[in-house]
Ligand binder design. Structure first.
Ligand code: ADP
Ligand code: TRP
Length: 319
């Protein structure tokens, strides 16, 4: 099965990215033909500072490689190194109805957050469709917020195939429901753009401090609490062993346990979870030539496939 996904280098990657998407990406490597890329053209829609963007691209690469992306097996590259993708985007733009993009909630959300309404941001899902369709991807592992973009991709593929013949493969989204939306420390969806994240590789101290700041309700210590409505418990579910989670659940329902105790344990578990990958990340950080080489080789492998699709698409539309 061909699996493809991308992550924007729009800030430091966080545990929502990890449990919602990256962990699935890494697990799927064992039995699939995997394609993962750093969506730098998508990140450009937010008009980032150039130096920060360049640094974020390297950070995403370091995070993935440290966490276990195997570049021998998986194709891993920078989106902007494969120019056929933006060329395909134009061809797909010409068959994409305005209404399809106007319905996209992520555009509306970003405008509501104060991002400038540029054309790239509006056309963002068409670029994403080109990413996916260029590789005849079958499965796209993402968090729940991306579901609509995969539907738009399927629509665009359908319009294209109807007009020009069965060339493109319709992908399926792969969303793990139990981690589809990881809450941030303020209780909204954890997101780089909300400043409410716990970064995968932030220092232990800062990780602990952030956990202690997670928003909870004001139920007094002695009273019973509802684990299903608690942001701390939602994060505990990501890292606690099943038997321990069950014990915490009982403690919540019984009363007599304060949120501070749960937070302390959550911080320990989070630090432990990512500890084994820290040394690997440091080693890679000291070997950036290797990291750049991985991305360049990945781009070469990706471009070969994207070019085949692009040539077919060009021919089909009469170019
Ligand atoms: P962000 O919102 O932090 O900018 P991205 O849009 O770059 O994150 O998302 C990268 C991947 O991580 C996507 O597949 C997205 O669905 C997933 N993801 C992001 N935030 C979360 C979250 N809070 N919970 C689950 N998955 C998430
Ligand atoms: N839009 C995705 C996000 O914000 C990133 C992305 C770009 C992507 N192209 C993709 C995800 C193709 C899956 C497939 O997370």
């Amino acid at each position: 099965m061909r699996v493809l996904s991308g992550i924007q280098p729009s800030g430091k990657l966080h545990i929502g990215n990890y449990f919602g998407a990256m962990r699935q990406h890494l697990q799927l490597q064992a039995e699939n033909d995997c394609f993962y890329f750093i969506a730098d053209y998508h990140a450009l829609t937010g008009n980032p500072d150039p130096e920060k963007l360049a640094q974020n691209i390297i950070d995403v690469a370091l995070d993935y490689l440290a966490l276990g992306l195997d570049p021998e097996k998986t194709v891993f590259w920078r989106q902007s190194d494969v120019p056929e993708i933006t060329e395909l985007t134009w061809i797909f733009s010409c068959i994409t109805p305005m209404g399809l993009l106007q319905r996209c909630t992520s555009y509306k959300d970003k405008i509501a957050q104060g991002l400038s309404a540029n054309h790239g941001l509006f056309a963002y899902p068409v670029l994403q469709a080109a990413d996916i369709l260029a590789f005849h991807s079958n499965l796209v592992p993402v968090g729940a917020d991306q579901k609509q973009h995969i539907e738009v991709t399927r629509d665009i593929a359908g319009y294209f195939n109807n007009a020009y013949g069965e060339i493109l493969t319709l992908p399926e989204a792969h969303i793990v429901e139990s981690v589809a939306v990881v809450p941030g420390i303020d209780g909204r969806k954890m997101s780089k753009s909300y400043g409410n994240t716990i970064e995968i590789f932030e220092s232990e101290n800062s990780m602990k401090k952030k956990v202690m700041r997670i928003v909870t309700d004001s139920t007094p210590v002695e009273e019973p609490k509802n684990p299903e409505k608690c942001n701390v418990f939602a994060m505990l579910k990501l890292v606690a062993p099943d038997d321990e989670l069950k014990q915490w659940e009982d403690k919540y329902r019984k009363g007599g346990t304060g949120y501070g105790d749960v937070k302390k344990r959550l911080a320990e578990l989070l630090v432990e979870y990512f500890q084994p990958y820290r040394a690997k990340r440091e080693e890679l950080q000291n070997n950036l030539d290797y990291v750049n080489e991985v991305l360049e080789k990945g781009a070469e492998r990706a471009e070969k496939i994207a070019k085949q699709t692009f040539d077919e698409v060009r021919k089909a539309v009469g170019l």
